[in-house]
Design a protein around this ligand. Structure first.
Ligand code: CTP
Ligand code: MG
Length: 248
């Protein structure tokens, strides 16, 4: 009988948050009294089938150890790399020997604190039995333009068939490791796992996610993320108490 595939998670959290700015990297910015990274990890840890979460941290990171999630027995850390895909590749190596090729690995940006556990379950359910894997994504809703250097429209791009890639992205361990290794060999820069997997000639499945799974990129995104999390807390007493103690 084939063994049941297990589920591991990876959180790249070694970025510098240059576009966000501020004193600390954005994954440690406060969001309703908790660092952004706590929220992102919390959404993954809320799913019992996640066996372990490997968090890739920048060298000399002393903030992570202070998070309550750092003491969770399912959480471990590894050294991040100079680019996002190198951080993910290091975390995959940290699982080498433990994760089997057919096991699932879910990669989720530290900078996406509004991930709802229902979206994690949705992704897992949609990919059950899938040989490749896939990602949460959203069909593009706005009209798209290409622009010239002068800031004027060159043309309008039909949005039909265009999607925005979100995280988590979930692939078989063997497929993702092979994809990222090939990517490094060819010295190609990729900004998500799916594009590395596509380069193998495979076609990841697009799974429609929630629109509120935003990535904190610019300073204004923090207020938006706070509003999203607050809106989701209406019927939750513990969260309401937290909200009263919150700083923003
Ligand atoms: N990341 C990482 N290792 C890197 C670069 C990025 O683990 N060398 C992580 C970030 O911490 C973030 C995620 O990848 O959780 C998505 O990247 P992005 O939003 O670009 O974050 P930063 O690279 O930190 O931001 P910026 O590009 O503005 O500097
Ligand atoms: Mg970046």
């Amino acid at each position: 009988m084939p063994r049941r595939a297990r589920l591991f998670a990876i959180v790249p959290a070694a970025g510098r948050g240059e576009r966000f700015g501020g004193r600390h990297p954005k994954q440690y910015a406060a969001l309703l009294g908790r660092p952004v990274l706590s929220w992102s990890l919390g959404a993954l840890l809320a799913v019992p089938s996640v066996r372990a979460v490997v968090v890739a941290l920048s060298e000399g990171d002393r903030r992570f150890a202070r998070l309550p999630e750092a003491r969770d027995p399912r959480v471990r850390t590894c050294r991040g790399g100079a680019r996002r895909e190198l951080s993910v590749a290091n975390a995959l190596e940290a699982l080498y020997g433990e994760a089997r090729d057919e096991d699932w690995v879910m990669v989720h940006d530290a900078a996406r604190p509004c991930l709802h556990p229902s979206d994690v379950r949705q992704l897992v359910a949609a990919l059950e039995g899938d040989p490749v894997g896939g990602l949460l994504a959203l069909p593009v809703g706005d009209t798209l333009k290409t622009a010239g250097r002068d800031g004027r429209c060159d043309r309008t791009v039909p949005r039909e068939g265009l999607w925005r890639a979100l995280t988590p992205q979930m692939f078989r361990y063997g497929v993702l490791r092979r994809a990222l290794r090939l990517n490094l060999e060819r010295e190609r820069v990729v900004t998500d796992e799916a594009s590395a997997v596509e380069a193998l000639g495979l076609r990841p499945r697009l799974v429609t996610g929630r629109t509120d799974n935003i990535k904190i990129t610019l300073p204004g995104d923090r207020g938006l993320a706070a509003a999203i999390l607050q809106a989701g807390w209406d019927n939750n007493d513990e969260n309401r108490a937290r909200l009263r103690r919150s700083r923003i």
